[in-house]
Design a protein around this ligand. Structure first.
Ligand code: NAD
Length: 361
């Protein structure tokens, strides 16, 4: 298989995780990177042995770059992805795909009209634990799933992230709410409406370097999302509550016959447990062992493999745009006293990976 060249835009906190994981995938190879901060980019080039370009224009003119991986801040995702597509590059973006629904679907259309691939994180549904959970749910062992509880209590990121302001400006719902929303819509299907309430519990924060700032959006949002088929997701997202909270990143799917517990939306080795209604949870063996973290490049590697095989990739732009619509609708609901907002877009949930398919009896 031809190896596709990856060019990273944005060599910040998460770029090292991508670079370390890219080398484990034979479909892709890191060739170049760029960042507004030239010294940060230079240090990244040194550490990961790739070319550093002085600007995005230069990166986009590099013929060795087949796929641009957009790891810039949330606020820049739309503009950078658009510019890369217009330059004829395939793109894989970190989440959220865009901050506005209209912009998200514009990108989907742009990629489609140019015949380019466009993928987006989170691709955590490709993890071993998450694929195991999806397989159990799709097998029908829970009966009809009617209620889902998800918590992302991600704590006060200014206590560890060197540049937390961009995250607090968009808030926990847009930053980490995308993880359960992507997993749940993968496993159950698209959303039809959302209602939400939000609070700014601790508006004044301080960076690690002592700079004071105010958060720009609620640090606690409670949403209820109705899904096609009638299931309801209760989603809590917070940049105030964090460790030692017990429901930090777990999801429970409750069906007529049984419930399934997924211990983490992100760790690929998370516990998966299944229990009959009224009984106890018992562990489910994972379809294969997974790493105790996110394998960051798995989504873009799967996209490269799909390109070689001429089939759709799984971390689709359509699903990412649908999730942006849920986020924007939830934010509108928060601003409008919790009124329910309808979701009009839809997408086709991705199939299980071949290694997670049940073996025929
Ligand atoms: N940090 C994490 O743990 C984490 C985890 C999952 C996903 N993400 C996602 O990854 C993205 C980046 O997060 P991060 O933590 O690395 O942020 P960061 O602030 O550490 O890094 C972002 C980098 O993008 C650069 N940048 C911004 N605008 C740019 C532009 N127009 N052109 C080129 N470079 C530009 C910045 O200079 C910075 O170096 C975010 O969207 C976030 O949602 C981060």
């Amino acid at each position: 298989m031809e190896q596709l060249g990856i060019g990273i835009a944005g060599t910040g906190n998460i770029a090292g995780g991508y670079a370390d994981d890219i080398v484990t995938h034979p479909e892709i190879r890191l060739v170049a990177a760029t960042d507004l901060d030239s010294s940060r980019a230079a240090a990244f080039g040194e550490a990961h042995d790739c070319r550093i370009h002085r600007s995005l224009d230069e990166l986009l003119a590099d013929p060795a770059v087949d796929i641009v991986v957009n790891l810039t801040v949330h606020q820049a995702h739309y503009a950078i992805t658009k510019q890369a597509l217009e330059a004829g590059k395939h793109v894989y973006s970190e989440k959220p795909f865009a901050l506005r629904t209209e912009q998200a679907w514009e990108l989907v259309e742009l990629a489609r009209s140019r015949g380019l691939r466009l993928g987006c994180s989170p691709a955590t549904f490709l993890g071993e634990a998450q694929q195991t959970a999806a397989g159990v749910i799709r097998s029908g062992r829970l009966g009809q799933v009617r209620a889902i509880y998800a918590d992302v209590s991600w704590g006060r990121l200014e206590t560890w992230h060197p540049a937390p302001q961009a995250f607090h400006e968009v808030g926990a719902l847009f930053d980490v709410g995308v993880y359960p929303l992507t997993l749940v819509t993968t496993m159950i299907g698209p959303a039809t409406s959302v209602g939400a309430s939000g609070w700014e519990l601790m508006p004044d924060r301080q960076t690690l370097s002592g700079e004071r700032f105010r958060i720009g959006s609620p640090d606690l949002v409670m949403s209820t999302v109705e899904l096609q088929g009638g299931a309801v997701l209760r989603l809590t997202t917070s940049f105030y509550v964090g460790a030692p909270v017990k429901g930090q990143g777990s999801i429970e799917f409750h069906g007529d016959d049984a419930s399934l517990f997924l211990g983490s939306f992100q760790n690929f080795d998370a516990e998966v447990e299944l229990g009959p209604f009224g009984g106890d949870y018992a562990p489910v063996e994972l379809v294969r062992p997974g790493p105790a973290r996110i394998a960051w490049a798995r989504g873009v590697a799967e996209m490269a493999q799909a390109m070689a095989e001429g089939r759709p990739h799984r971390a689709s732009a359509e699903q990412a745009a649908h999730v942006v619509e849920i986020l924007e609708a939830a934010a509108r609901s928060v601003a409008d006293g919790g009124r329910r907002v309808s979701i009009s877009s839809t997408f086709s949930p991705p199939p299980l990976l071949s290694w997670a398919e049940p073996t025929p009896a």
